[in-house]
Structures are given as structure tokens and as C-alpha cells.
Design a binder for this molecule. Structure first.
Ligand code: ADP
Ligand code: TRP
Length: 333
């Protein structure tokens, strides 16, 4: 198989949830053995929201621990912390010289921020896509496993890479494209009847990988349902369908079929259904939660992982940056 260079970053905003795990991390775990993968924790990006230093460190550490517990293997991929690579801000600065106000102001995620947080419209937010482009093209990535919401940022990464090539008349950067690993994009639903599981909809909507069995039971007991079917063979509401979808993942087809039949016959009792789902959710997540605790206690391991990741990612970044510096006209005396 053709080995691609793959880059993906995640903002350190707390614990990973089941959606992050099944929608992204399980794919990374497979990809790391098939491609040349760079996975990093995007702590420079998180500075746009001015996190307090202690929270920032703890959040970075938590993502690292959880990535490892999920099966990312620091030998198989480059797993690193973005701020361990000063090469990234150096390339970001170079790219910024050819990034124009007009195009940056038109980016949808920037316009959202201007609308939603008018008191903190800083230059880092405006140039967020430039930093993201630097993350990606510094390793000459061809593929970036991200969802639809990042498509515009990827398009800008292509624009900035191509522009650099054209201006300095060197073919340094290939074009990076979004990457759907596997046949279809999985979407893990949330517990509150809406769309996907997302931490932006509050803690009650998500099952985190570290949630205790008690908390999982509590969250599921509060999961949104409806008043129940009152006619045979009706279609479940979105909220109930979401719970069926979760059951399919953590309990399997047979149990799902059982409850779907009860639903069709108007005999389902949501209390029992949710309790059963909660127990399977607990069984599904217990090995991961235990692994997280084990890795969390192993500070020496984390230190080593971070060091190895930094070395691997730096080697690749240094090569690209050397080409960029030369292309620009920075020459050693
Ligand atoms: P959140 O929506 O909770 O803020 P992020 O946007 O930080 O999560 O997502 C990080 C990664 O996890 C992305 O690759 C995203 O596609 C994936 N992901 C997040 N939520 C889900 C979900 N409910 N289903 C599938 N994948 C998801
Ligand atoms: N912007 C991405 C997000 O919000 C995170 C990110 C930063 C990223 N740099 C990246 C993703 C490079 C992929 C590649 O989810």
C-alpha cells in the first residue's frame, strides 16, 4: 500500500469522550501501522482562549494519557506536543507574511468567534488557519483525518503551501487533503436527543472515557427519551434512536434487536432499557478506564513518550524548515 504522510492535531480541552474515541482515535490506532503518522496535541492553538497555565498543562497531560490508553503507540507514530516544536511557529511566521487580512477575515470559524466572543478577537484567532497550515505542511502531509468542519482550514493549508511554492519557486509543499479513514464517517450520538456527542453541549451529553461506572449509570438514567411508542411499528424519536445507535456499538446487534422488537410492540420500558445500556457501556469502557489510570500513574513513561515524539517530529520539521529558510534567502555565513 502507498504510505501517506498523515497529520492530525487535537486541541487539549479536557477528557476524550466516546465520540472522540470511536470517531477519531480508533482510526488513528489503525492508521499508525499503515502510514507515516504525526499526531499532536495542539496546545499553541489553545492559547487563543487564554487558558490558565495549570489547566493547560493538565489538559495536555490528560489527552496524552488517554491517547496512549486508547492504543496510540509512540514507536509506530510520532506522538508529540505541538509546543515542543518551535519549528512550527517559525513556519507559521513565514506563512503569515503571505496570508492576507481579507482571506483570513472570511474564514467561517473566525466569523463565528467574532460573533460569539467579541471581547477576545485576537490576532491568534485571525491567523488560526495559518498555524494549522504550518502544523500540516511542516511534515509535507498529504492527508489529514478531520471532519467536515475543518474543510475550510484544509483548503487554506493548500492555498498557503501552494503560494509559498510559487513565490519562492520551489516545490516544497504537497497539497494536503481531508482523509476519511474506512468506508464511512461514524457519528456517535449524544445523550440528550440532539446531534452528535460533543463536549460543547455539556457534560451530560457525553460519556467520557474516564467516567466512573456510577457516573455512566447516572448519565444514562438522565438520557433523553420520549413518552414511548403508542402504536405498533412506529419509528423511534431521534432521542431514542440515538440510544439504539449507542446500544448497537456497546451491546451488539442481538441485544439491539431485542429492544427494537420491544419498541415495535409497544412493550419497551425505557428504565430497563437504559439500565441495560448503562451496564454494557460500563463493560465497554472499563478496560480503557483502567488503562488510563495505569498510564496516568507512570510519569516516567509519559516523560519518555514526550521526548521520543519531540525527536521524531523535530527531525521531519527540521528538514522542511531548512528548505524553507533557504528558499526565502536565509543563508548561513
Ligand atoms: P467535540 O465535538 O466534543 O468538541 P472535537 O471537535 O474536539 O470534539 O473532536 C475531536 C475529534 O473527535 C474529531 O476528529 C472529531 O471528528 C471526532 N469526534 C468528536 N465527536 C464525535 C462524534 N460524536 N462522533 C464521531 N466523531 C467525533
Ligand atoms: N483545528 C483543529 C480542530 O479544531 C485542530 C488542529 C490544529 C488540527 N492543527 C491541526 C487538526 C492540524 C488537523 C491538523 O479540531
Amino acid at each position: 500500500m502507498n504510505k501517506e504522510i498523515i497529520v492530525s492535531g487535537i486541541r487539549p480541552t479536557g477528557n476524550l469522550h466516546l465520540g472522540n474515541y470511536l470517531g477519531a482515535v480508533t482510526n488513528f490506532v489503525k492508521m499508525q501501522y499503515e502510514h507515516n503518522c504525526f499526531f499532536f496535541i495542539a496546545d499553541y492553538h489553545s492559547l487563543t482562549t487564554h487558558p490558565n497555565p495549570k489547566d493547560l498543562h493538565n489538559n495536555v497531560r490528560q489527552v496524552l494519557v488517554e491517547y496512549l490508553a486508547c492504543g496510540l503507540n509512540p514507536e509506530a507514530c510520532a506522538l508529540y506536543i505541538q509546543s515542543d516544536l518551535p519549528q512550527i511557529p517559525e513556519l507559521y511566521m513565514m506563512l503569515n507574511m503571505h496570508a492576507y487580512m481579507g482571506e483570513l477575515e472570511r474564514v467561517a470559524s473566525f466569523k463565528d468567534k467574532v460573533r460569539n466572543q467579541p471581547n477576545n478577537v485576537n490576532a491568534g484567532l485571525l491567523t488560526y488557519p495559518v498555524l494549522m497550515a504550518a502544523d500540516i505542511i511542516i511534515h509535507k502531509a498529504s492527508k489529514v483525518p478531520v471532519g467536515k468542519d475543518q474543510e475550510q482550514h484544509l483548503e487554506m493549508a493548500r492555498t498557503f503551501g501552494n503560494r509559498f511554492n510559487r513565490i519562492y519557486e520551489k516545490e516544497i509543499f504537497p497539497e494536503p487533503f481531508a482523509f476519511n479513514y474506512g468506508k464511512e464517517l461514524v457519528k456517535i450520538p449524544g445523550l440528550q436527543g440532539g446531534g452528535k456527542m460533543s463536549k460543547s453541549d455539556g457534560d451530560g451529553n457525553v460519556i467520557n472515557l474516564i467516567d466512573s461506572p456510577e457516573l455512566i449509570r447516572k448519565k444514562l438514567s438522565r438520557a433523553v427519551t420520549d413518552t414511548g411508542p403508542n402504536e405498533m411499528n412506529t419509528k423511534p424519536s431521534d432521542a431514542v434512536q440515538n440510544l439504539f445507535d449507542l446500544m448497537k456499538i456497546v451491546s451488539g446487534e442481538d441485544k439491539l434487536l431485542h429492544y427494537q422488537n420491544l419498541y415495535s410492540n409497544c412493550a419497551i420500558r425505557y428504565g430497563d432499557f437504559k439500565k441495560d445500556l448503562a451496564e454494557d457501556m460500563v463493560s465497554f469502557l472499563t478496560p480503557i478506564r483502567e488503562k488510563i489510570a495505569e498510564i496516568d500513574a507512570n510519569h516516567q513513561l509519559l516523560k519518555q513518550v514526550v521526548q521520543i515524539g519531540k525527536e521524531k517530529a523535530s527531525e521531519s520539521a527540521n528538514k522542511t524548515l531548512k528548505e524553507c529558510r533557504e528558499a526565502i534567502g536565509f543563508k548561513p555565513f
